[in-house]
Design a protein around this ligand. Structure first.
Ligand SMILES: [Zn+2]
Length: 367
């Protein structure tokens, strides 16, 4: 009698243990596979892909792929307009990586995730729309971390057109999408004047938040008096939020050994005869650290005036290359860079990939 009680107790305990473990087995099966951890490079290399903009007025989307010895890291620097270009590039990258791992038959299996790090220079449509419409909602990816500049304190009392203020329009939308689709993502919203160093899967990065908010106080007065002194109230109401967010662009500097690339967002530089615009101030504060082999030309290249400060040994090395990210900018930034003896490429011609390794930097056009 004693033995049979013991046996039934044992059986019940065993059943209980099994019942508890079953969901674990099921859960274990559904645990996503992080592709990045499966890819280890023999030699470290940074691959920087500036994505094509042939039919768009302006769009900034760049992938920085860090081929590390322990894993692969994919940084999306802005995502550009919501036209699918950046999403497709990432989906194709995931596919190619899976094929290289012998997982070609599993490409449609969304359990295999490509992990991304997102970096946002500022919250304008031509930089973040793709993140909202295609990348954050996609189950092909998981987001490790997202880095963003501080929000402007520009008033929302109707003085300015709120629909042009990306910090109202896109910032909360992106934070909501992160919360909904990838709640475990680390969100880093920097403070004004803050810098942040990051170790990458290979190489290093440093983030430079805007020095001050151009949407309040003397900075806002500067924008109104220097750029909108004409007294056109409607133009000011409409354009000031755009200009403030551009001026508040956060910078990213990525380096491997002696070579580096700098992302400047849409930092303001409209006046050739001034040296106190947002670009001038950031360059003066950080030029010794950020001087690079490749510089994403500020504000896509639609203005010629950033050419002089980026070239004259502030941001770009003597034999460096500037990258213009819009069609039609050859006449603006391009001719001025040429006059200053500086090379440039434009993503109007196709995607440009730069390979940075211990030997230096090489550039490839993918039409
Ligand atoms: Zn832009």
């Amino acid at each position: 009698m004693q033995r049979s009680v013991l046996n039934s107790r044992r059986i019940i305990s065993l059943l209980l243990v099994l019942a508890l473990l079953l969901p674990c087995f099921a859960f274990a099966e559904e645990q996503p596979v992080r592709l990045n951890s499966l890819i280890k490079a023999d030699t470290e290399q940074l691959e920087v892909r500036f994505l094509t903009t042939p039919t768009n007025a302006k769009s900034d989307a760049t992938l920085v792929i860090c081929h590390g010895k322990e894993e692969l890291q994919v940084i999306v620097v802005d995502g550009g307009l919501g036209n699918g270009v950046c999403f497709l590039e990432l989906a194709n990258l995931r596919k190619a990586l899976m094929e290289s791992l012998g997982l070609g038959d599993e490409v449609k299996n969304k359990n295999y995730k490509l992990a991304l790090t997102l970096f946002i220079t500022h919250f304008h449509k031509d930089h973040v729309e793709e993140l909202c419409v295609n990348i954050l909602p996609s189950s092909l990816f998981t987001i490790d971390a997202i880095y963003m500049p501080p929000a402007t304190a520009l008033v929302t009392d109707g003085t300015y057109n709120n629909t042009k203020n990306g910090d109202i329009k896109y910032r909360p939308r992106i934070l909501d999408l992160v919360k909904h689709h990838t709640p475990s993502t680390s969100v880093y919203e920097l403070e004004y004047g803050q810098t942040l160093e990051l170790a990458l899967a290979c190489g290093n990065a440093k983030i430079y938040a805007p020095l001050e908010d151009w949407g309040i106080g003397d900075k806002l007065k500067y924008i109104e008096s220097v750029y909108y002194s004409g007294g056109n109230v409607l133009k000011r109401k409409d354009e000031v939020p755009n200009v403030v967010l551009n001026a508040n662009s956060e910078w990213l500097h990525v380096s491997l050994g002696d070579y580096s690339v700098l992302f400047t967002g849409d930092i303001m530089k409209k006046k050739g005869d001034r040296s106190d615009e947002a670009l001038d101030l950031m360059a003066n504060a950080y030029k010794d650290e950020v001087i690079s082999d490749i510089v994403k030309y500020p504000h896509h290249g639609i203005a010629r005036n950033p050419a002089a400060p980026i070239v004259k040994n502030q941001l770009l090395k003597k034999d460096g290359i500037a990258v213009i990210t819009t069609d039609g900018a050859r006449a603006a930034a391009g001719t001025h860079l040429e006059m200053l003896g500086t090379s440039y490429v434009t993503t109007e011609d196709g995607s440009y990939t730069f390979i940075i390794d211990e030997h230096g930097v090489t550039c490839h056009l993918v039409e």
